[in-house]
Design a protein around this ligand. Structure first.
Ligand code: CUA
Length: 331
């Protein structure tokens, strides 16, 4: 029995260790910094963790000493000295040093770099509206996906259209609240090209958990090429199916979704001019492919209950095929 129990315990320990370690590196973790901003934050985190561990060990050692050392052999301490040293001097020095370090690091984080192509991100329940401004001042809109050039600080201005959200891409930067009536800023700076997942980090309603975004850092060259593609109007339909899809789009979708060159929305839903080029739909909810586009259009309220888009249950399979095919073609 005992050995069975031990084996079981060992298995639990292994599973726990794997789960804990898996939580550390990689996607969407502030312990896996991929740029100077996140590096500074991870540094503060580790220093606080190390300091707290040292103090914990010290206190535990003293407690064990008091518990187990026989009364005759215990060393006498003069009470006042001990309280002044351990209760006043040590915390004062440790906390002051930590505060100085933290304030200095935070100052570096807030330093606004010479604005490269600044963008504005507008938080909505429950998606991210992303606006790039080109040299001519025209706004290029995309959603839930931010492209940045790798290796340079990229200034992002944050606004909210409804409630308080929080913009958080742990691998690149700290959390920043997104507050109605106020512009906050965050700097995204990735050391190397890569894809980083971000998440709304302030409870903002039923679909708070499905308010994700991706930051894609690219070499400067491909970033510029992407920006040029985004600037262009939507691709024209290349076959009868896509043509029918565009008709359906004009009939059912254009009131809320802009596709530049086809129609401009009066109400705000994500801009779909180049939706085919994005990795996910529904703010990180589903991978972007035809089957999922059909699913989201027909059953939006099942996939993401409470979002502003109604389920289009009245569209038959042919119509859904055509519409999804057209959207997928908008590269
Ligand atoms: Cu937006 Cu939580």
């Amino acid at each position: 029995m005992a050995s069975k129990f031990q084996t079981r315990n060992r298995q639990y320990a292994a599973v726990l260790a794997i789960a804990l370690l898996a939580g550390c590196g990689g996607m969407q973790s502030s312990l896996g910094p991929q740029g100077p901003q996140a590096q500074a934050i991870a540094g503060i985190g580790w220093i606080m963790f190390a300091g707290a561990t040292l103090i914990f060990l010290l206190v535990m050692a003293l407690a064990l000493y008091a518990l187990f050392r026989s009364p005759q052999r215990r060393k006498e301490v003069r009470t006042n000295t001990f309280i002044i040293a351990g209760g006043l001097a040590l915390p004062a020095v440790a906390l002051t040093a930590l505060l100085a370090y933290g304030v200095n690091a935070m100052g570096n984080l807030r330093a606004v770099p010479p604005a490269s192509a600044a963008i504005e991100v507008v938080a909505n329940q429950w998606w991210w509206d992303v606006h790039y401004r080109d040299e001519n001042g025209r706004v290029i809109a995309t959603a839930n996906e931010i492209r940045i050039p790798a290796g340079t600080p990229f200034l992002v201005s944050l606004r909210s259209r409804d409630v308080i959200h929080s913009f958080w891409v742990p691998n690149l930067a700290g959390k920043m609240d997104v507050i109605p009536g106020r512009a906050n800023h965050v700097i995204l700076h990735a050391d190397a090209p890569g894809r980083f997942r971000g998440q709304c980090a302030e409870f903002c309603g039923a679909q708070h958990a499905r308010m994700a975004l991706y930051v894609i850092a690219e070499p400067a060259e491909s970033y510029r090429a992407w920006l040029a593609r985004q600037r262009s109007e939507a691709a024209a339909p290349r076959d009868a199916g896509a043509l029918r899809g565009r008709e359906l789009f004009v009939a059912h979708c254009v009131q809320c979704h802009t596709v530049r060159g086809v129609g401009t929305a009066t109400q705000r839903g994500p801009d779909l001019t180049h939706v085919g080029s994005r990795k996910f739909i529904g703010a990180g909810t589903l991978a972007n492919n035809r089957a999922n586009l059909m699913r989201f259009i027909a059953h939006s309220q099942e996939v993401k209950p409470g979002n502003a888009m109604p389920s289009h249950t009245w569209l038959n399979d042919d119509a859904l095929q055509a519409l999804a095919g057209y959207l997928a073609s908008l590269q």
